[in-house]
Design a protein around this ligand. Structure first.
Ligand code: NI
Length: 155
């Protein structure tokens, strides 16, 4: 009896996958306020962040993209491409803005959780590499992350 012939199909070649993170700084103001809540509920939920005049943050945005390291360039993606994308779609859009005045936050509370999710939505459109994670530092003590993961909700 002869052993079955092994396939002539070669093993797929593999290449290392790496991640690139880049930090951006922007200043913006916001006011935490939900239209679904009464004045009292807004105050008890958001405290001083519900102040009608809003307040500002120096946000630090960290974008992580990943992909195979190109055998020729040795890079995950062209950093210049990422910079141009971030300038147009992140900094030009949000820096020095009142987040509450933007269409994005017309019906969505401008918490940093929701800001992080919005930035993720924006960078999902970057074609140079696959977006892995968005991390936003709101203060030196608070930071938020979103990886695109969805979860079923009760009710
Ligand atoms: Ni705030």
């Amino acid at each position: 009896m002869t052993a079955p012939r092994t396939s002539n199909i070669p093993w797929p070649s593999t290449t290392p996958q790496a991640y690139l993170s880049r930090r951006y700084h922007l200043c913006a103001s916001h006011r935490l306020h939900s239209e679904a809540y009464t004045v009292e509920q807004n105050q008890s939920t958001y405290g001083k962040c519900n102040n009608p005049h809003g307040h500002g943050h120096n946000y630090v945005i960290e974008i992580t993209v990943g992909g195979p390291v190109d055998a020729t360039t040795g890079m995950v993606c062209d950093l210049g491409e990422l910079e141009a994308f971030a300038q147009t779609n992140l900094l030009d859009r949000f820096d020095q803005m009142n987040l509450n005045m933007l269409d994005t936050f017309r019906d969505v509370v401008s918490t940093t959780e929701n800001f992080t999710i919005e930035i993720h939505r924006v960078f999902a459109g970057f074609s140079g590499a696959k977006l892995t994670r968005v991390r936003v530092e709101e203060t030196s003590n608070n930071s938020f992350e979103y990886t695109g993961r969805m979860q079923f909700q009760k009710g």
